[in-house]
Design a binder for this molecule. Structure first.
Ligand code: PEP
Ligand code: MN
Length: 299
């Protein structure tokens, strides 16, 4: 029996958390939640590449209205010869960015042995698409007290995503955020195909919050805002967006990364759509006045 399905019969073996009626609101940090009325916008670079770029990006996305910072320290790359992240150095930088901006941090865990170290720097543990069915990893993050952001596998069905989440709940961690990030189809015009329908399907079948990653779905910067608007209109609880101060120089996923200024535009344009579907949408803290949004791209 799927414990996650809200219409499943409760049983003695069912985790307490999954019996929650309606929709769960997950507390990430003081004043930061995912799954409530507020649309949660998470943003930051694909990879942490260095101190200046991370701090610049963190301040810029905060000023534009993001409520959480993303940044990869350990990167799952298709080719082993691509940049695979700065590892522990990146975790220290993420901790510094959190202290400097007050933004909670989400970063990817790829190996159960990384858990203790990542928990020191991160407020949310990301399990990436490639690891959605890494059951040892799911069991490990299931024992953590930190919320988990679980991304849908490249070719995973919605049921497989729910069963992967179930591993985390069954291990004792009730705080799972599901993420639709596009799936592999016959279409080649986009990096992946955003399954917008997954949002209302998941919202109907489980109490867990559902967010959308329009960056990995579209794979191109010009698609990110339209896909974000579609996701919010479909009822997503939040977005996770890649932002780089100079996308052309990014060590990973530059083609799909927004500049800080374009990210600020995304937040502005998402606001009316969020309100139209009954959500509150984070107002920019410093809006257009922020000097961080103008961060020049080095020549
Ligand atoms: C990422 O968030 O940078 C990432 C690698 O995402 P995914 O696991 O969805 O490919
Ligand atoms: Mn990426």
């Amino acid at each position: 029996m799927l414990h996650l399905l809200s219409n499943a019969e409760p049983s003695a073996s069912q985790p307490r958390s999954s019996r929650a009626p309606g929709h769960a609101t997950i507390e990430i940090a003081e004043r930061t939640t995912v799954g409530g009325r507020d649309l949660a916008i998470i943003a930051g670079p694909c990879s942490v590449e260095g101190r200046a770029m991370l701090l610049d990006t963190a301040h810029a996305v905060r000023d534009a209205g993001a409520v959480m910072l993303r940044g990869g320290a350990y990167k799952p790359r298709t080719s082993p010869y691509d940049f695979r992240g700065l590892g522990e150095e990146a975790l220290d930088l993420l901790a510094e960015a959190r202290a400097a901006t007050g933004l909670p941090v989400v970063t990817e865990i790829m190996d159960p042995r990384q858990l203790a170290r990542i928990e020191q720097a991160a407020d949310v543990l990301q399990v990436g698409a490639r690891n959605m069915q890494n059951y040892a990893l799911l069991a490990e993050v299931g024992q953590s007290r930190k919320p988990v952001l679980l991304k849908r596998g490249l070719s995973a069905t919605i049921r497989e995503l729910l069963l992967a989440a179930e591993y985390i709940l069954a291990a004792g961690n009730p705080n799972v955020i599901l993420c639709e990030r596009g799936i592999r189809t016959f279409e080649t015009a986009t990096r992946n195909t955003l399954d917008v329908a997954a949002v209302p399907v998941l919202k109907a079948e489980t109490h867990l919050p559902v967010i959308v990653d329009p960056s990995h779905a579209g794979g191109r910067a010009e698609l990110v805002i339209p896909l974000a608007l579609a996701a919010v209109a479909a009822g997503a609880d939040g977005l996770i967006v890649e932002v780089h101060p100079c996308p052309g120089e990014a060590k990973s996923d530059g083609e799909q990364s927004l500049t800080p200024a374009t990210f600020a535009e995304l937040v502005r344009r998402v606001g009316p759509v969020a309100r139209a579907v009954g959500r509150r949408s984070g107002a920019p803290r410093n809006g257009r006045a922020s000097r961080h949004l103008e961060a020049p791209c080095p020549a």
